[in-house]
Design a protein around this ligand. Structure first.
Ligand code: SF4
Length: 173
């Protein structure tokens, strides 16, 4: 993976991070874990991963500095959870095409009436919304990382900018 300029390695107060997945294949989560191969030593000093199911089993909904959210919004439960994440987060970053644009998760939005009829029972079974939504149709999105899966270079540049925003010079030991 690409190298980025070094980030501050020791901080007084860690940045609280959440990583969330809605309707998607979670391939951006896979990219994120691959990036950890190169960045874990730095990131574990900078970030407190409060909610990241891919990293740990005990996850808490707390107040986050940064929430990374992949996937599209496909149910009332998703809307409720996403609004809670937004309310708890200083910055919300849409991760990947499904979060940024809805697609490809939102393919059923353009189904023909006949195709819609075929999936009716599934929509009912999973209490799905009539249309799949991108994140910005539900909450304010501060930053976007496009790509399917997310572009790792753009992700790293956004992380670097956010770290600088949350850790001004005085915060670094
Ligand atoms: S944007 Fe692509 S990789 Fe990411 S969840 Fe959607 S389909 Fe999967």
């Amino acid at each position: 993976m690409s190298a980025t300029p070094p980030l501050p390695s020791v901080v007084k107060t860690k940045i609280k991070v959440g990583w969330f997945s809605f309707s998607c294949c979670e391939d951006s989560t896979v990219v994120f874990t691959e990036l950890l191969n190169d960045h874990w030593q730095d990131w574990k000093q900078l970030f407190e991963f409060c909610h990241a199911r891919v990293l740990k089993s005990h996850n808490v909904m707390t107040d986050f500095d940064i929430a990374f959210v992949e996937g599209a919004v496909a149910s009332d439960d998703h809307i409720k959870t996403l609004k809670e994440i937004r309310q708890r987060s200083k910055k919300l970053v849409a991760i990947g095409a499904c979060a940024c644009q809805g697609l490809p998760s939102a393919q059923r939005n353009s189904f023909t009436p006949a195709q819609q009829q075929e999936i009716e029972f599934l929509l009912a079974r999973f209490s799905a919304l009539p249309k799949v939504l991108k994140l910005s149709e539900v909450v304010k999105v501060d930053e976007q990382v496009p790509g399917c899966p997310m572009d790792p270079k753009i992700f790293l540049s956004k992380v670097e900018a956010l770290v600088k925003e949350f850790l001004p010079a005085g915060q670094v030991k």
